[in-house]
Design a protein around this ligand. Structure first.
Ligand code: ADP
Ligand code: ZN
Length: 763
């Protein structure tokens, strides 16, 4: 009987497909076919992860297959590489290659095969040629950040009598390998030997050495910070966390102002978890933006860390997955999808910057990494720690309702308090004829930093050169041909780009509507800010950081590193510069236009703005230099701005909750957002009307149905989009949506329909 989590080959019509055993049924209908082959010796995913996948499928109304793929090895289920099988009979029967012999008995996962070949499964990809030879493809050999744990027999082993077969097996394997072998090699095919190995290590018969097998990528090198003594504040939040470790599920919200030392709290909690023999997960919004955190973690925790970086090659990803699965790595650090790291015995799950929208996946399955993290901790019986300087309204609401225990770090580390914040009213500045990008106070403050050899950050949360191209004669705007969106101008105004579908064209010279030739650029983005700063301060070394740059591999790391090294004076950028960086020489943060996010038609507009401004303000004056923040705004009285200036989270929370309650938005209500797409607008509108009508029929007082309406982006990638918003009880909404969509589209696929349960945005 195959176990849960094992892959099987099953007949499916005329084909055979790979399936995953998600449960064992006791009574089966007659028509059920037999499994052709069981493909794995041990379950690929540990049981809590299988439960997690099932939960995601139910909670987010996503197909079970898609959800289970999340917890399997990368490219696991479908990719032919994952399983190697003999295909033809063309091989000579006398061939006594052990790998071929193994394959003759049935297909094997690549990792198992590679291990039998005594090779590193990631550095090389094995392929079976038709004539029956195993080929190793060297092209895919790339250095990873692998530190091997090597088991070494020590002299005491000679006079030690192994207790039990497992210990004898471990000693036997190690002796056969010449007394020294990587731990995964000793445990190969039998992860259950780990206990015996650990006991032999305790008894001193075996020692474990660490060896760096392959070159470490640059981002992980660098000076290792010492382990500081916790401050009084840190000690008092650590106390309940450490006490909870090992004692079952316990959720915490850690509200620590920027620079209050949350990272050290994370590290101490991870260290304790490792001491208890359990494993830990650390989620960050985006790995590329947190090189310092990653480096510090690797420096502190060493070889047990696996960093799931988005720039890993397929082979490296595969390698890290198996390191975690086999217990060689016991701490996983990564973005959203690292919540599925195949660790066993998880004792601690940390979500840093838990308020970040990046935790929400914007394609199916539309899960929220933070909420999945809490669920995983529940299934594992672990502690979960949500950290932020600006907690999401949801998490703070949960904490106040007693669902999470709330911990506070109210002060910055060191002698400097929070930075001083000044607001420049741009309406007055513009009336006085000031430069719209750099008003005199901001320009003077930048010049002052330059003279003092200190650094500045300049935020504008809008990339590009100009936000639109207008015809002066007829007033038309250059629009994307595929989307209902104005084109943004890039590269000094020479290129017009759609930020939604990536449509790109050279900037038109004449109006598409009246053929008028007087076109005007309006609005501005980071590119224009860079130009303005260079014009105003010609001696300053200025760089830009935004998504346009991020498409070049390694470019983000390079810009951050040169800013950190002091080779750049002013860094201009979008919200990418506002994230958790810790640059000690930054004493000025300027926000060119603090109102950018406020006008968006989204219920989170104020929350996002408050978070962004508070976070970016937190980048100023972090070490022993005092910090200053200058916000330029047209709406200096808006509460999101006012309270961000005052750094008053609690007041913002109260004010914003009032709005959410009045309008029945989360966390005061639950939302399910449906977007229906269609090439033909009439067809789309009809489908949306029919689905909405059916949902109203099913609502029964449990939820409200708003719409259908044109989605805020009414046309995207040549498709028309209609939106239906449900507010009310989650379970009733989910059941109704499932029923309405199954009735209309059938059980398997709902083409053109995106279901978003707990959306972070309804734009
Ligand atoms: P946060 O993540 O809360 O914004 P960090 O964890 O980046 O804050 O810490 C801010 C700074 O304080 C860092 O430079 C860090 O090295 C330093 N720091 C943290 N804890 C201590 C401590 N106990 N003693 C001395 N310095 C500390
Ligand atoms: Zn477009």
């Amino acid at each position: 009987m195959p176990a849960r989590g094992v892959r099987v080959l099953v007949p499916f019509g005329p084909r055979r497909v790979i399936g995953l055993v998600t449960g064992i049924a006791t009574a089966l209908p007659e028509t059920m076919k037999d499994v052709v082959e069981v493909l794995d010796e041990v379950p690929l995913a540990p049981p809590p992860l299988l439960d997690l996948a099932t939960w995601i499928s139910e909670h987010y109304l996503a197909p079970p297959g898609e959800c289970h793929r999340l917890v399997l090895p990368p490219a696991g289920v479908r990719a032919s590489r994952a399983v190697v099988r003999l295909s033809g009979g063309e091989m000579s029967p006398s061939d006594d290659d052990p790998v071929l012999a193994a394959l003759r008995a049935g297909p094997l996962p690549l990792s198992t095969l590679a291990k039998r070949m005594g090779r590193d499964p990631t550095a090389r990809i094995a392929r079976l040629r038709r004539e029956g030879r195993v080929e190793v493809d060297q092209d895919l050999a790339r250095p990873g950040f692998r530190q091997l744990r090597i088991a070494v027999l020590t002299p005491t082993a000679a006079d030690l009598r192994p207790r039990g077969r497992a210990q004898a097996e471990v000693l036997g394997r190690l002796t056969a390998a010449g007394g020294r072998a990587p731990v995964p090699h000793v445990l190969r095919d039998r992860p259950s030997l780990r206990g015996a190995l650990d006991r032999l290590v305790e008894q001193g018969a075996i020692t474990i050495e660490e060896e760096r097998a392959v070159r470490t990528p640059e981002m992980l090198e660098g000076p290792v910070k010492l382990r500081p003594e916790p401050t009084g504040d840190q000690a008092s939040v650590l106390q309940p966390i450490l006490a909870a470790l090992g004692a079952g599920f316990a959720p915490f919200l850690l509200h620590g102002v920027t620079g209050s030392g949350k990272t050290e709290v994370y590290f101490r909690a991870i260290e304790r978890t490792l001491e208890q023999g359990r494993s830990a997960l650390l989620l960050v919004p985006e790995i590329a933006l947190t090189p310092l955190l990653v480096r510090a973690a690797v420096g502190r925790l060493g070889a047990v860390v696996s960093v799931l970086h988005s720039e890993l090659s397929v082979g490296e990803r595969h390698d890290q997955w198996w390191r975690l699965r086999e217990g060689e790595a016991r701490v996983a650090i990564g973005a959203r999808s690292a919540v599925f790291a195949p660790l066993t015995d998880v004792g601690l799950v940390i979500v840093d910057e838990e308020h970040e929208a990046a935790y929400k996946q914007d394609e199916s399955p539309r899960y929220h990494g933070r909420d999945v993290a809490v669920m995983r901790a529940r299934l594992e019986g672990a502690v979960v720690l949500l950290g932020s300087a600006t907690p999401s309204l949801e998490s703070n609401h949960n904490a106040l309702a007693g669902k999470y225990r709330r911990l506070v770090l109210p002060r910055r580390i060191g002698s400097q308090g929070m930075a001083r914040v000044d607001v420049v009213d741009r309406r007055q500045a513009l009336k006085a004829g000031a430069d719209p990008i750099l008003t005199p106070p901001l320009r003077d403050a930048l010049a002052e930093r330059l003279a003092r050899k200190e650094q500045s950050l300049l935020l504008l949360n809008r990339r590009g050169y100009a936000t639109s191209l207008l015809c002066r004669e007829c007033g038309m705007q250059a629009m994307c041909p595929n989307c209902s969106v104005a084109l943004t101008l890039h590269k000094g105004g020479r290129v017009a780009l759609c930020h939604y579908c990536a449509f790109e064209t050279s900037a038109p010279r004449a109006c598409g509507s009246c053929k008028g030739e007087y076109l005007r650029l309006t609005g501005y983005g980071t590119e224009k800010v860079l130009e303005a700063v260079r014009a105003a301060l010609p001696t300053a070394r200025v760089e830009r950081l935004d998504r346009d740059l991020a498409v070049r591999r390694g470019a983000v790391a390079h810009v951050l590193a040169s800013f950190e090294a002091g080779e750049t004076d002013i860094l201009v950028g979008t919200q990418m510069i506002a994230k958790g960086h810790d640059f000690p020489r930054v004493t000025l943060v300027g926000v060119v236009d603090a109102d950018v996010g406020l006008g968006l038609p989204d219920f989170r507009a104020a929350e996002r703005t408050f978070q962004l401004l508070t976070q970016v303000a937190g980048r100023s004056g972090r070490a022993d230099l005092a910090g200053e923040v200058i916000l330029q705004s047209h709406r200096p009285d808006h509460y999101a701005l006012q309270l961000a200036c005052a750094q008053d989270y609690d007041a913002f929370f109260e004010r914003e909750m009032e709005f959410r309650r009045t309008m029945a938005y989360p966390p005061a209500a639950t939302l399910v957002n449906l977007v229906l797409r269609a090439r033909d607008s009439t067809e789309g509108a009809e489908a949306a009307d029919a689905v909405a009508a059916r949902l109203r029929g099913l609502a029964g007082g449990n939820f409200r149905v708003l719409g259908p309406a044109f989605a805020p982006l009414a046309r995207l990638r040549q498709e028309h989009r209609f939106q239906i918003l449900l507010k009310g009880r989650r379970k009733a909404m989910r059941d109704a949506v499932r029923e309405a969509l199954v009735e209309r589209y059938g059980r398997v696929r709902w083409p053109g329909v995106a279901v978003d349960v707990d959306p972070v945005t309804i734009m």
